[in-house]
Design a protein around this ligand. Sequence first.
Ligand code: ZN
Length: 391
Amino acid sequence: MALRGTNQEFGRPYNRRIVLETIRLHGPVTRADIADRVGLTIQTVSNIVRELEERGFLVAHRGAPKGRGSPAESLTVNPDGGYAVGIDITPIGLEAVLTNLTGAIVGRERRDLDHADPDTAFDAIETLVAKLVGVRPDGRMLGVGMAIPGPFDVESMSFVGPTTMEGWTGVPLRRRLKEATGLPSFIEGIAASAHGERLFGAGRDFRDFYYLYFGVGFGGCMVHDGMPLRGAFGNAGEIGHMPVVPDGDLCPCGNRGCLERYVSIEAYERRAPDIGDDAWVAEVTPLLRSAIVTIENLFDPETIILNGLGHRSLLQKLIAATGPFANSVSARTDRTAPRILLSDGGYDAVLRGAAALAVSGALSPRFGVMFAERRQRSERDPIMLDAGRAA
Ligand SMILES: [Zn+2]
């Protein structure tokens, strides 16, 4: 259930990230434990550990002597070794947290904003982040990570709708975030929350799982080998716009019968007041069940983890209604995990995941670039931006 390292020297930033993540997930651990878990040599692990220890990110504990020889040191993350801000922006507002290096939340701020335009949002972000940084005025601020709803920069889908962020297409997000906060900045779509679930939620126990997010819209992200699968342009997993009802409801994206027209908080708030919660769940269950089969056949995950904004009892009802499941590659007799389970990270996993982007990005520069590569590249390079527009 561990991430695997690479013994090639150019993989150092990647290795640094997985060593730190392994200590975060499994500490206290010895250098030998880490080497074993991630498939690196003890020497490579020791070099990385020394580097992280010197910079105050790790704490070593010496156990009681057992028999001959000195006992192996076990390592934990130094909670106060660094702090990061995690922000989630949605069509209904902003929520932000300050986390320490273990991912524990030490400060929290929120602001209701109805479909904020970028200027309004970044003004609010500047204020919120300043307040959070003030919670630990002497702390080492590693950066700020922000989760934002997709799809990103898709010309044919830059529609205005109740589940999307109006006027956000073509905005240099990372640069704006950096200008507003003065901190190293990282932006992701649903991959941020999937990363949070993997580190801080039910995803801890799985290496390959599908993360399903019931928010204002409906989204998802495959976590493969411990890493969110982003796709070529960061839009993989936009299942909310999967057509599921032929000639169904018109979606603001221009198509008909998209899944999130029926299964999302936006859909729930449109429909449930008229017919009641239980009738709404019964109405959308066949669609959800069929989406589960599609996800399973496409990705063959160990399990599907459902998370969402508020309404935890509603998520529980949705899960309870999904059985009995139709056949798929996941209908195995030897399976131990349920086909779908409720996140135990809750909404905080989203915010902690956004903050964790900044931690991973700051400590492993290459990883940070990997995580937002396309948009960063187009931001830096106006030629790339023009090429993207023309295409
Ligand atoms: Zn759609």
